[in-house]
Design a protein around this ligand. Structure first.
Ligand SMILES: *[C@@H]1O[C@H](CO)[C@@H](O)[C@H](O)[C@H]1NC(C)=O
Ligand SMILES: *[C@@H]1O[C@H](CO)[C@@H](O)[C@H](O)[C@H]1NC(C)=O
Ligand SMILES: *[C@@H]1O[C@H](CO)[C@@H](O)[C@H](O)[C@H]1NC(C)=O
Length: 351
């Protein structure tokens, strides 16, 4: 939200120097896990990721506002989303994109039914916006999973974000072992969710698959809690795969909100297209991975089933990993509009 790469880069580089000295001591577990998640170890990009994460932990970026009151409120810069206005920006100004987003969320607090507002569009650049500076348009999409994009690109001075209310924004990740219902988190990971919505529109996802499967072993209980004094893996309690569709070029996903990984969290490894679904709560990984979705609790049995398929042993950069003997193809699809029955609890969207 309200942050462009150009804004944040100088800050990152100033603090890179300051942080380098602290890296070795503070991040052993993180480095270990980063290595464990990658087939090939890229030293430079890991260091960059690490620095971003550290900067966020120190409150240098806006990420530190998240997880407290109101949760995330991120949007995409240089994007104007269309849709029917429920509040006209010409009469409604906000001080920041976050405030505009919160105004949208405030119209979405009912216990059931879709949100009255699912899209916010804010103009926050005084020069570029001119008389429209500060305008906050609250809108409603005809179809929240196919948001209406008016315009995108550097000349667009608007910032836009999506809000999925209770029971909304749930997509099906289909496998031969069942469909995992995933609640997407566009307010925490807007770029990631935009990519998932692109995949959803494809209807198939050639090449998308799970290829790594590691159960909870004796180390985490069925609710994902770590068992006292047990090892932290391997196995690491996750299923991992790729979301790179054949025939399309994957653009790296920027680092977005990185909460603690919980059982059910759907997160990128680095900047994608590798991703994983966690079977356990992994406080020890710190806040290292962009989380863009959460598997509904009632579907975790399917993830467990995949985690227990036959695997073969491999070693990636000295880490023992379990690779599926037969990769499990996957694709995204829309689910029927009866989300009310699904227990998309509020806590999925927070943290
Ligand atoms: C913007 O901030 C000012 C001062 O902090 C406050 O008085 C004003 O009410 C805010 N505007 C909105 C739309 O919240
Ligand atoms: C990795 O696997 C090897 C061979 O099975 C085993 O000897 C070693 O202890 C394992 N390392 C860890 C950390 O589990
Ligand atoms: C949803 O929650 C209700 C009550 O908490 C429960 O009775 C129902 O079985 C749950 N539905 C699913 C699909 O788990």
């Amino acid at each position: 939200m309200g942050r462009t790469p150009n804004d944040s880069q100088p800050v990152i580089w100033i603090y890179l120097v300051l942080l380098l000295s602290g890296l070795v001591s503070s991040s052993l577990v993180y480095m270990f896990m980063t290595v464990a998640m990658r087939p090939t170890y890229n030293h430079i990009s890991d260091l960059e990721t690490l620095t971003l994460v550290e900067a966020e932990n120190y409150g240098l970026l806006e990420g530190d506002l998240e997880g407290e009151s109101g949760g995330c409120c991120r949007g995409i810069d240089n994007l104007e989303l269309w849709g029917a206005a429920v509040k006209w920006g010409s009469d409604f100004k906000s001080n920041s994109s976050r405030e505009c987003c919160k105004a949208c969320k405030a119209m979405c607090s009912g216990n059931d039914g879709p949100c009255l507002c699912d899209t916010w569009v804010f103009c926050g650049n005084r020069e570029a916006c001119g008389p429209k500076f500060g305008e906050c348009w609250l809108k409603k999409q005809r179809d929240t999973l196919v948001p209406d994009r008016q315009e995108a690109g550097n000349t667009v001075s608007w910032t836009s974000g999506l809000i999925f209310g209770k029971g909304e924004g749930i997509v099906g990740l289909e496998t031969e072992y069942g469909t995992l219902h995933i609640k997407l988190l566009p307010d925490c990971a807007p770029h990631s969710v935009a990519y998932i919505l692109e995949l959803l529109a494809l209807r198939h996802c050639a090449g998308c698959q799970f290829y790594r499967a590691e159960g909870r072993g004796q180390f985490w209980d069925s609710e994902g809690n770590h068992i006292k004094d047990a090892s932290l893996g391997p196995p690491f309690a996750l299923i991992q795969g790729t979301l790179e569709a054949q025939g399309s070029t994957f653009k790296k996903i920027p680092t977005e909100a990185c909460p603690i990984i919980r059982r059910g969290s759907v997160a990128w490894v680095g900047s994608g297209p590798e991703f994983f679904i966690s079977l356990a709560n992994h406080e020890e990984w710190k806040k290292s991975y962009t989380v863009f979705g959460s598997v509904l609790p009632e579907d975790m049995g399917i993830a467990e089933k995949i985690a227990n398929l036959p695997t073969k042993f491999d070693v990636w950069s000295n880490i023992n990993v379990s690779i599926l003997e037969k990769p499990v193809p996957l694709w995204f699809r829309r689910i029927k509009k009866s989300h009310g029955d699904l227990n998309a609890s509020d806590k999925l969207g927070s943290d």
